[in-house]
Design a protein around this ligand. Structure first.
Ligand code: GSH
Length: 222
């Protein structure tokens, strides 16, 4: 779905967070131009990127003349704007009960699974040269992640295919990126989540987004 379009540009590649908006764009069938800025490479220092991202963080999206950062905020923005009927990734704003569950699970995933678990492991196990070694924090974060997954297991234990029922929605997209991330760092996932991953991995938009997202890393590895 990548095009020469200048009105919608996605900056960032090579991480679990940069998969999220790329995958959402593809689920929604939206054209975009990909700028594969990879963390901790020269591409992050380019003037063009710094002009868009004062934070110096990826992913970041330019759309329709403005800029949105934070991977999940980009997913929510795209879902709200381009799926206002709630057919693809979103839940209609007026459906308060489902919408509250949508946010509840999304923020649970972003805070309990991503920020306070996986990212701790990433910083202190994956990047100790920048953030320092902290083996106790890493061990605790790994255990905390597995414990918090219990909440997700409980949700899926009634046999529903996706977090909110029969439809794949933005919280599923966010969860899948965390499960892939956990799997990549050797965290064992419960059976029910292994099946959930296999189900979601068949989505064409997922395969395309993953391919595009991680291609720059393969090129760098060379
Ligand atoms: N919570 C943010 C995290 C953004 C973030 O930390 N991105 C990393 C890559 S995953 C980054 O840009 N790192 C470069 C740096 O911090 O210098 C999100 O989900 O978008």
């Amino acid at each position: 779905m990548t095009s020469a379009s200048d009105s919608r540009v996605l900056w960032g590649a090579g991480t679990s967070r940069t998969v999220r908006p790329r995958w959402a764009l593809r689920e929604l069938g939206l054209d975009y131009r990909s700028e594969p800025v990879v963390p901790r490479t020269e591409s992050m220092q380019s003037e063009a990127f710094r002009a868009v991202s004062e934070r110096g963080k990826v992913p970041i999206l330019e759309d329709d003349g403005f800029v949105v950062g934070e991977s999940a905020a980009i997913v929510f923005y795209l879902a709200d704007r381009y799926d206002s009927q709630g057919n693809v990734l979103s839940v209609p704003v007026g459906d308060f009960e489902r919408r509250s569950a949508y946010y509840d699970l999304s923020f649970f995933i972003l805070t309990e699974l991503d920020a306070t678990s996986l990212y701790i492991v990433r910083r202190h196990e994956g990047l100790p040269q920048i953030y320092g070694e902290a083996p106790t924090a890493v061990k605790g974060a790994r255990q905390y992640f597995s414990h918090q997954l219990g909440e997700i297991e409980r949700k899926l234990s009634d046999g529903r295919p996706y977090l909110l029922g029969n439809d794949f929605l933005a919280p599923d997209l966010l969860l899948m990126t965390c499960l892939d991330w956990a799997n990549a760092i050797g965290i064992e996932l419960p059976e029910i989540l292994g099946q959930y991953r296999l189900r979601i991995a068949t989505r064409p938009a997922y395969g395309e987004a993953m391919g595009e997202n991680f291609a720059p890393l393969r090129e760098l590895a060379g």
